[in-house]
Write a protein that binds this ligand. Structure first.
Ligand SMILES: N[C@@H](CCC(=O)N[C@@H](CS)C(=O)NCC(=O)O)C(=O)O
Length: 315
């Protein structure tokens, strides 16, 4: 996996941490679109462009939010190839991919250096690009979905509030609670380089899942009766659980299907109009099993599991 150092792409290995832990660095582009004009990023249709991968759970949050709000005409899209090799994320052509129609880049890292010529860090998806100022607004999924929901409302086709102001604190607390344990927990387990770091992460993943399982036995969604951003942030990880995290990231104490409420909840969200269309299960498997050579050296993509995401649910 490569990264940018002072604007130069390098695949030179980074020295591993002594404790074997995987630590995700904070994202660096943290500007905000504001409908009230209080930032240089006005809430205009046709101005912003989203760079994503179908495979990435963080990017998946932004794709689901864009689809549920009906922002497809307001925010354009580029979709990178699921294979992430020495060049990092690259643009198509390929099935279900969309090239960089804004800047004609071949590699995603070129989008980063176009925004900041001396950027140091990983070139990650999602990226929200501003055509007018020719720069990145944000590369933080959680903040991008909040902008879509709160600030781009005038351009949304569907009248859906994913983060009603009265629930902000509760939604943020739910997203925080699941981030370390579940969303990033699976990565901490999968990329651990010591037994101790792995054990710690895998226990946290399943403790987090048990907590959600208990919560969802009492209420339909993480924040009560309403479907919110907190559900959008959890769903991409649950969808990937049996597909990749169980085997590839060794999160195998139990399957997701062993948690009846979580499994039904996952199917219920998958079956909401507009969601299945932005869930490309094959691209998810292709990305993880083929891109992480250190975990899966022969890069063989398993045939299973057989998942019936359309099975009826009672939620
Ligand atoms: N904090 C970021 C995380 C984004 C992220 O790590 N994306 C991964 C894909 S799953 C990526 O692009 N990784 C490329 C790399 O690390 O080189 C967010 O939530 O938006």
């Amino acid at each position: 996996m490569g990264r940018l150092v002072d604007g130069q792409w390098t695949t030179a290995p980074k020295p591993a941490r002594k404790d074997g832990r995987f630590v995700r660095k904070p994202t660096q582009f943290r500007d905000f679109i504001r409908a009230d004009g209080s930032t240089p990023y006005a809430a205009e249709a046709g101005r912003y462009h989203l760079y994503v991968s179908w495979a990435c759970p963080w990017a998946h949050r932004t794709l689901i939010t864009r689809a549920l709000l009906g922002l497809e005409d307001a925010i354009s899209l580029s979709i990178v190839d699921p294979f992430m090799g020495d060049d990092g994320w690259t643009f198509g052509p390929g099935p279900d991919l969309i090239e960089d129609t804004v800047g004609g880049a071949r590699f995603l890292h070129q989008v980063y250096t176009r925004a900041r010529a001396d950027y140091t860090g990983r070139a990650t998806v999602p990226v929200l690009w501003d055509r007018q100022r020719d720069t990145i607004v944000s590369n933080e999924s959680r903040e991008i979905i909040r902008m879509f929901d709160r600030e781009m409302r005038a351009h949304a086709r569907h009248d859906l509030k994913l983060a009603p102001p009265a629930l902000h604190a509760e939604i943020d607390a739910a997203i925080d609670a699941n981030y370390d344990t579940i969303n990033n927990g699976v990565y901490r387990a999968g990329f651990a380089r010591s037994q101790e770091a792995y054990e710690e992460a895998v226990q946290a993943v399943f403790a987090g899942l048990e907590r959600c399982e208990a919560l969802l036995s009492r209420q339909p969604y993480l924040c009560g009766d309403r479907f919110t951003e907190a559900d959008i942030c959890l769903f991409p990880t649950l969808l990937r659980f049996e597909l990749v995290y169980y085997a590839h990231f060794k999160c195998n104490l139990r399957a997701l299907r062993d948690h009846p409420n979580l499994w039904a909840y996952t199917r219920a969200i998958y079956q909401r109009p507009g969601v299945a269309e932005v869930c490309k299960l094959d691209q998810i498997k292709q990305h993880y099993y083929r891109s992480h050579e250190s975990i899966n050296p022969p890069r063989i993509v398993p045939g299973g599991p057989e998942l019936d995401l359309w099975a009826p649910h009672d939620r």
